[in-house]
Ligand binder design. Structure first.
Ligand code: SF4
Length: 305
């Protein structure tokens, strides 16, 4: 199959070309509308951001990844578990829930898919044993949104708990993880997505939300961090810096800069997992991963490190 060029033959349509970006004196600047994955795409690789959010038509993506199918299936099964009446929230409900939400794409063959299904069911059965079925979270797959001077942020949390604290109820952001490797407190502390969810949830619900938790289903471990107003503000400031960089790159294209220069490649190990590896000139050097490579690892014993 011929390799498409680096993108010079597509005409990017940056947001900066839209009329409300003219910036008349005294008029408010347009806010940068974003989700955690949009910000993360640019931070990981500006070129990947451009392929995903700027170029229209977007370049073709590679085939679906089995690990994304697995993650989506487990997340939806947990959402539906909470949607059951409390007296039916037990591990007995899980096989039906997981079958109903199972996404089949990306697996090598049916044998692998069946093995991963059984493993996912094991994870879920162990995990729900740790949950109180009578305790309804404040939100399940709840969208939280907040505006700042730069951002209009919105994102879908996996779960928001309300737990008793010394000064009254406190909100906790819970994020489910299904990768093979365990996570630690540094992962929870460093996650910009979790910090932005906490910042937004605090404002949406008008209750303190400082604690963020990564619940790693394969190992049954929880990696947690308690933010302060200052640490949340730092993460927000970094997100706003990223948004400014993206808007500047989009304006540069409008002003005639080569799109490949405005959104440079950032090659690295992640290229092997990039949806645009076949489009990107830097992706050619990355060793190709099969769509099921990561779930093969999921079938190995979980690595707590
Ligand atoms: S292949 Fe690598 S350099 Fe190219 S867009 Fe993807 S992550 Fe960026």
């Amino acid at each position: 199959m011929p390799r498409p060029s680096s993108g010079g033959n597509r005409t990017p349509r940056p947001r900066g070309a839209e009329p409300e970006q003219l910036g008349f004196e005294g008029m408010p600047e347009r806010l940068f509308v974003c989700t955690p994955s949009k910000l993360g795409a640019y931070t990981d690789c500006p070129r990947r951001y451009r392929y995903s959010y700027v170029d229209r038509p977007a370049p073709p993506k590679g085939p679906p990844w089995a690990h994304n199918s697995l993650g989506a299936s487990v997340h939806t099964a947990l959402r539906n578990w909470y949607a059951l009446p409390a007296d039916r929230r037990s591990s007995d409900a899980l096989p039906t829930l997981l079958k109903g939400t199972w996404v089949r794409e990306g697996y090598r063959d049916e044998e692998q898919e069946r093995a991963v299904f059984r493993r996912a069911l094991d994870w879920l059965e162990s995990y729900v044993e740790t949950l109180d079925p009578d305790q309804d979270p404040l939100g399940v797959e709840r969208v939280v949104a907040v505006k700042t001077a730069v951002l209009a942020f919105n994102g879908r949390t996996d779960r928001i708990d309300s737990r008793p604290g010394p000064d009254g109820p406190q909100l906790v952001i819970v994020d489910y993880k299904t990768g093979r490797t365990g996570l630690d407190a540094d992962d929870a502390r460093g996650s910009q997505a979790l910090a932005l969810y906490a910042y937004a949830a605090e404002r949406v619900f008008r209750q303190p939300c400082r604690r963020v938790e990564l619940h790693h289903l394969p190992t049954g471990t929880v990696a947690a961090h308690d933010h302060t107003p200052e640490s949340l503000a730092r993460q927000l400031g970094r997100a706003e810096d990223t948004a400014r960089d993206i808007m500047a790159a989009e304006r540069a294209i409008t002003d005639g800069t080569d799109p490949d220069e405005a959104f440079p490649v950032a090659p690295g190990v992640r290229c092997g997992w990039c949806d645009y590896r076949r489009t990107c000139p830097a992706g050619a050097d990355a060793p190709a991963k099969e769509p099921w490579t990561a779930v093969e690892r999921a079938l190995l014993p979980a690595d707590p490190q």
